[in-house]
Design a protein around this ligand. Structure first.
Ligand SMILES: *Cc1c(COP(=O)(O)O)cnc(C)c1O
Length: 418
């Protein structure tokens, strides 16, 4: 189930297998929640240490100590830019992809010289896009939320019909955080360019696994986050195209850092860690992708052996190599999770949400309600092992068998002991 999409890494067949130094581990737990966050690679931690051991000055300070910190920032900015194949001056460091999304969408809307008032996005976007769009609607902007096809991908034809003369921007993610589905971003960006519409892409989930070079994607704005790519939390970036220049108003004003686009003293340790994480992805991303796809395919194969009628949500062909999102007919996701105490996975359904109304992403695929409630999202990573997949699939199959023998009453499923 590898790859037809233009955005996926071209992978030399000779590569493959796991990678890297000793895996960061959580005692007694198999960690399969890499879409929520990834562990910090020990080599990233190593790269960050000087920032806590002497190179602590403010990189904006003109003295020698400040210059030393600034050198580390410049090097890291180059590492991030190298992974995206863009100019270092096109990188704006932020606190993460949420802030980058806010800056891209609100910033471009406020700064548009033509004052266009229409934006387009998809119903399956991350909340850090959808809630920004809702905010703009409250300020008089008009937003079109495009539906997706049954496989989770956007239809170019629907997009074409949604474009208007006053459309300012399309915001569309590269890879979905629940179902891992990849949109055909290069084709979509080309369409936007022809129509004079800005293209923003949230690539938080994609950065570690998919080709995110700007020349490939051809987007104007790209949001990324370190902690989804084996870097530290609290640091990310927005790529902002310089030619032709994309204008943005800042979200945070003050000292004028990041060319006035994002004030605030730079998070030097975070930035250095982000740079190191990007350098590692540049070096071993293709190998990680093969490793993850092998383990993901093994997990699916083992689960299917035990539960032949399991349902896979979203396209298997156009998908992150590390994502699996499945449901088991007749099994409630929350009940299933309670029987998986040694597994870090998540349910498609947000049990904590007051309305218990389940994943809006799975609903957008027109999945039946019981599948929406029963979904399990598994995300493998760089440090996942064959043995962990065996353990995980054994545990999931045992839990599914238990839940099928003792089904939870549907209404009381959440929080009910069983
Ligand atoms: C994790 C994630 C975000 C938020 O990133 P932060 O760096 O945690 O703010 C945004 N979009 C997608 C698709 C994500 O997966």
């Amino acid at each position: 189930m590898t790859a037809g999409s233009a955005v996926e890494f071209a992978v030399p067949e000779a590569l493959g297998g796991g990678a890297g130094p000793t895996a960061p581990a959580v005692d007694g737990i198999v960690y399969l929640d890499h879409h929520a966050t990834t562990p910090c690679d020990p080599r990233v931690v190593e790269a960050m240490l000087p920032c806590f051991q002497g190179v602590f000055a403010n990189p904006a300070s003109p003295h020698a100590a400040g210059r030393r910190a600034d050198e580390l920032v410049q090097r890291a900015r180059q590492q991030v830019a190298d992974l995206l194949a863009c100019e270092p001056s096109e990188i704006v460091f932020t606190s993460g992809a949420s802030e980058a999304n806010n800056l891209a969408i609100k910033g471009a809307a406020e700064a548009d010289p033509q004052q266009r008032r229409h934006l387009i996005t998809a119903v399956t976007e991350h909340k850090a896009v959808l809630d920004v769009m809702a905010r703009l609607e409250g300020r008089g902007y008009e937003v079109t939320y495009l539906p997706v096809q049954a496989d989770g991908r956007l239809s170019l034809e629907r997009l074409r019909r949604a474009l208007r003369p006053d459309t300012l921007m399309l915001s569309l993610m590269l890879a979905n955080n629940e179902i891992g589905v990849l949109h055909p971003i290069p084709e979509i960006a080309a369409l936007c360019r022809r129509r004079g519409v800005l293209m923003h892409c949230d690539a938080a989930q994609a950065l570690a696994h998919v080709d995110c070079r700007i020349a490939t994607l051809d987007v104007d704005l790209l949001s990324i986050s370190a902690h989804k790519a084996y870097g530290p939390k609290g640091i990310g970036a927005l790529y902002v195209r310089r030619r032709p220049r994309v204008r943005l108003t800042p979200r945070i004003e003050g000292g004028g850092q990041e060319r006035g686009r994002r004030s605030g003293t730079l998070n030097v340790p975070g930035i250095v860690g982000f740079g190191a994480a990007c350098a590692l992805v540049a070096e071993q991303g293709p190998r990680d992708a093969i490793h993850c796809a092998d383990l993901r395919d093994l997990l699916l194969q083992r689960l299917r052996q035990g539960v032949p009628d399991l349902r896979v949500h979203g396209s298997l062909e156009h998908r992150l190599p590390n994502n699996l999102n499945v449901s088991f007919p007749g099994v409630d996701g929350q009940q299933l999770l309670r029987h998986l105490p040694h597994l870090a996975v998540s349910s498609g359904a947000a049990c904590s949400s007051p309305s218990h109304d389940g994943s809006y992403v799975l609903k957008a695929l027109a999945a039946p309600p019981e599948a929406v409630d029963g979904a399990l999202r598994c995300g493998v990573g760089r440090f996942s092992t064959h043995r962990e997949i065996e353990l995980a699939s054994d545990q999931i199959l045992a839990a599914v068998a238990h839940c099928r023998r003792h089904p939870a009453p549907a209404a009381a499923a959440c929080g009910a002991p069983c």
